[in-house]
Design a protein around this ligand. Structure first.
Ligand SMILES: C[C@H](CCC(=O)NCCS(=O)(=O)O)[C@H]1CC[C@H]2[C@@H]3CC[C@@H]4C[C@H](O)CC[C@]4(C)[C@H]3C[C@H](O)[C@]12C
Length: 329
């Protein structure tokens, strides 16, 4: 399971949790403007917007899980198992539109589009194919959230075609499909950040004996539908200062509401899904902040501290061990 969210204060932030039972060995990868992308079907792009994000680098190619570009457009891929269905690649002379393999989707959009509006135009003229990166890295069943400071969409490639939905809450988890996730919010119309009134029945005077009772009914389990509701409630009620530190801190608290602790979700005998990393990108400044399961210290990589005119990938391995800050020794 994974959860993605957006958050706006003075700047616009976007990030995700990556929940899984093992790690591929992902890194923070900066793709500078002149790194040549050689797309499987769509040709080469030699010069483009620079990207920063989390990627597994295979044969020198950044397989992005989530990234933002220097224009402030961001995108993340989340599992969509059982529902994702991609097109078969057609011979070049049989299609007018660009064919993009699912593993190329993030670079295809983020190297060329500055806004969600531009991404929508690209989506209108493309086929997303199920082409695998390699035998060892088969096709991943994903759906995607794409956002800039003004709008947010979800892209789902299913048996009945490519769907593009407006995402008014700015969150995404996994199954079921996005429209069902949104519909489920109707079940929680009564929850509130405020204390409840006693409306159970006229004859009963019920006591609001604890703070936080307005949110009673919001699910707390780790299923993707439950995380969708929980993180939507947390995000939409979030209040923080506008400054960078305050915004970033609040963002990690938003995604912290759906953090997965080792032991609570067994996927196979003795294997547990955990939140491997949590990210938060300041999309305006090109800064990638992250924490890992054992490193709670927010760590940051700034794309603008690098030579973005280069043609070579720049990678930073995750700092995955935290340190206790001792105060008395
Ligand atoms: C496993 C992750 C989703 C975690 C998740 O959601 N776990 C809950 C399961 S569940 O929802 O509860 O069932 C997903 C998210 C992004 C993916 C990579 C995208 C690039 C690349 C695409 C290639 O084609 C295959 C290799 C590749 C590196 C992918 C590996 C893997 O697939 C990644 C990491």
């Amino acid at each position: 399971m994974c959860t993605a969210a957006t958050y706006k204060t003075k700047d616009f932030y976007m990030g995700r949790t990556l929940d899984y039972e093992f790690s591929y060995g992902e890194q923070i990868a900066i793709t500078p403007r002149n790194y040549e992308f050689d797309f499987r079907f769509a040709g080469k792009i030699k010069s483009h917007y620079a990207l920063i994000g989390m990627a597994f680098v295979a044969e020198g190619y950044p397989l992005y899980y989530d990234a933002v570009n220097e224009k402030g457009l961001g995108m993340a891929g989340l599992n969509f198992v059982g529902n994702a269905a991609y097109e078969e690649a057609l011979p070049e002379d049989e299609t007018e539109v660009s064919q993009v393999a699912q593993f190329e989707f993030i670079p295809w959009i983020l190297t060329q589009c500055a806004t969600v509006a531009e991404a929508r135009e690209k989506l209108a003229t493309m086929r997303l194919t199920g082409t695998a990166f390699s035998e060892q890295l088969p096709t991943a069943q994903l759906h995607w959230i794409i956002a800039d400071k003004d709008s947010c969409i979800v892209v789902e490639s299913m048996k009945d075609g490519l769907h593009v939905y407006d995402n008014p809450v700015g969150v995404l988890t996994n199954n079921p499909p996005f429209l069902s996730q949104m519909f489920a919010l109707n079940n929680y119309a009564g929850v509130s950040r405020k204390q409840p009134e006693s409306t159970f029945a006229g004859v009963l005077q019920l006591d609001a004996y604890s703070r936080g009772m307005g949110g009673m009914g919001i699910p707390g389990d780790l299923s993707s539908q439950s995380r969708f509701v929980k993180v939507a409630f947390t995000k939409l009620n979030s209040i923080s200062g506008e400054e960078e530190d305050e915004s970033v801190s609040q963002f990690f608290h938003i995604l912290g509401s759906v953090d997965q602790q080792r032991g609570c979700c067994e996927v196979t005998e003795g294997k547990y899904e955990i939140t491997i990393y949590t990210s938060c990108c300041n999309t305006a400044k090109g800064i990638y902040y992250y924490t890992t399961y054992d490193n709670h210290q927010i760590t940051a990589v700034d794309m603008h501290a690098e030579n973005l005119d280069s043609d070579q990938l720049i990678c930073y391995p995750l700092l995955s061990k935290g340190k206790v800050r001792w105060q008395n020794k």
